[in-house]
Design a protein around this ligand. Sequence first.
Ligand code: BTN
Length: 252
Amino acid sequence: LLSVEAELALGEFTIFPQIDSTNNAAATAIREGRAAGYCCIAEQQSAGRGRRGREWRSPFGRNIYLSQVWEFQAGASALEGLSLSVGLAVVRALTKFGVTGLGLKWPNDILYRDKKMAGILLEMQGDPSGVCQVIVGVGLNVDMTGANTAGISQPWADLAEVVGVVDRNALVAELMSALYLVFQEFSFGGFSAHKDEWSRYDVFAGRPVRVQLGQTYIEGVVTGVDRSGGLILTTPEGERVFNGGEVSLRGA
Ligand code: BTN
C-alpha cells in the first residue's frame, strides 16, 4: 500500500457571503499558489455542483458549503477510497452533535434514515503522477426551512429536523478537524485505515442493488467494500468490484 506524503498545513480560511461554488474558489486558490491548507465556506452558492453533473441546491444562510484543499505527493492513484474516508469524517463530526441514525451510501453520500443529509464532491488538480491537490467539497443540509426544494432528485433530510438548531460555526470547526484527522489517518494507511469503521455505516451491505456503468446495468447483492474503497458486488456471474468514479448505485 502506498503511503501518501501529504502537506497537512493549516492555511487560509475565507467566508464568502455568496459565490458560484466554493470548489471554484478553491481551484482559484490552487492556481494562485495558495493551495496549502486552503479552506473556504459560503453562505450561498449560485452554481453549487454535485456529483455526475448534478446541481447542489445552496440557499442562503442556513446550511454549510465548505471546500478544503489537501495537497499531497504520491500521485492521484493513491487517492482511491479518499471519498469514502471523507464521508466518514462527516459522520464523525455529526455524531459529535448528537446525531444518530446516520448511514453512508457508497461511495460518499451521508444519509439520515435513508435520506440524504450531506454530499461530497472531490475534484483533482495538479500533476496526477506527482504533486496534486484534491478539493474536498462538502455540502451539508443544516436547515432547509424556507428553501426551494422543488425538483431535488432524491429524498433529503436536514440536521434541524433531527437535533434542532445547531451552531454552524461550531459545526464547521468540528468538520474541519474531522477532515484534518481523516487526511492524517489516510496518509498513513489509505482507506484500509477506515474500512471497518466505514462498514458499520454501510447502508447497502447485504442489500440487492443495481449498478449503472455507462449504459449498462448490473444487478447483484452488496458484499461490502474492499481495502481501497471499491464496492464488492456478488452477481450471478461471480464477484465484481467497482470504483467510485465510474458508477452509480441504486437499491433494486
Ligand atoms: C453530491 O452529493 O452530489 C455532492 C454535493 C457536494 C456539494 C458541495 S457544497 C460545497 C462544494 N461546492 C460545490 O459546488 N459543491 C460542493
